[in-house]
Write a protein that binds this ligand. Structure first.
Ligand code: THU
Length: 139
């Protein structure tokens, strides 16, 4: 992916994080998922009084995309920051989100974790979750 395209995706993730509902952790996460069609689906984390009922930004974005009929993805940018602060660390998807991404994405799927447009790290999903469990592969 070209740098400009990565930076656009980071901006969309930053913007998406502003909608995060995170009254318990104050950690606001935004994700921007680039689908094969070129459309970008964004998501934020949505926490809940019953903590395990919360959902991460990454899965919100995937849920939006799947529910709109799109299941092929190229890349995702993620920005995580504490409320009122700039992103100071690189936020990578949690284990559950890695597994959800593995359901739909190839190992080459690009994960971009960003502090801002200039400071970001890229990794492939296969590096984040090698040997993902896929039922198809059990057959
Ligand atoms: N969170 C995400 O949305 N994505 C991540 O990659 C890491 C964690 C959320 C879950 C919870 O709402 C908050 O960040 C603190 O864990």
């Amino acid at each position: 992916m070209e740098k400009e395209q990565i930076q656009t995706l980071i901006r969309e993730a930053e913007q998406a994080g502003k909608a995060a509902y995170a009254p318990y952790s104050d950690f606001m996460v935004g994700a921007a998922l680039l689908a094969a069609s070129g459309k970008v689906y964004t998501g934020c984390n949505i926490e809940n009084s019953s903590y395990p009922a919360g959902i991460c930004a990454e899965r919100t974005a995937v849920s939006k995309a799947v529910s709109e009929g799109e299941k092929e993805y190229l890349a995702m940018a993620i920005v995580g920051r504490f409320r009122g602060k700039n992103a100071e660390t690189y936020c990578y998807p949690c284990g559950i989100c890695r597994q959800v991404l593995a359901e739909f994405c190839r190992e080459e799927f690009l994960v971009i974790s960003a502090k801002n447009e200039e400071e970001y790290q890229t990794m492939m999903l296969g590096e984040l979750l090698p040997h993902a469990f896929l039922l198809d592969e059990q057959k």
